[in-house]
Design a binder for this molecule. Structure first.
Ligand code: SF4
Length: 123
């Protein structure tokens, strides 16, 4: 962890984002689980939920993500697919409209990377 690139400083050495992605994956992924710092749900668009992940392989100067981007080993908890589904379902339940086909789409948007995953949950 000694050379893990953190926030930008004048002395920050150039880094390989692919290598940083691998290093970050070692920190924030464990089996099918990934570290999340928080969740948010609201009723817009018929009900959406967002998971806030930690860790990123870039260091954009305009980034608004908190310290969990640069110190992912100190933030978040691991959520596997089952725990994540429960978290999203519980948070969405008060905010989502019921479809007649009993199917919901849950968008899992990573705030600290470009990956967007979509899960379908049968209720
Ligand atoms: S979280 Fe987004 S804005 Fe922040 S460093 Fe990563 S890619 Fe850039």
């Amino acid at each position: 962890m000694g050379t893990y690139p953190r926030y930008i400083t004048p002395s920050l050495e150039p880094f390989d984002p692919i290598e940083l992605a691998r290093e970050t994956e070692e920190i924030v992924c464990k089996g099918d689980a990934r570290k999340y710092t928080d969740f948010y749900a609201t009723g817009v668009y018929g009900g959406i939920a967002t998971g806030y992940t930690c860790g990123c392989c870039l260091r954009c100067v305009f980034c608004w993500v908190d310290w969990s981007r640069d110190f992912p080993e100190h933030y978040g908890q691991f959520y596997g697919s089952r725990r994540l589904t429960t978290e999203f379902t519980n948070r969405l339940a008060p905010n989502v409209m019921i479809n007649t086909d009993k199917t919901r789409s849950v968008s899992l948007m990573r705030t600290s990377s470009m990956l967007i995953a979509v899960q379908w949950i049968d209720l």
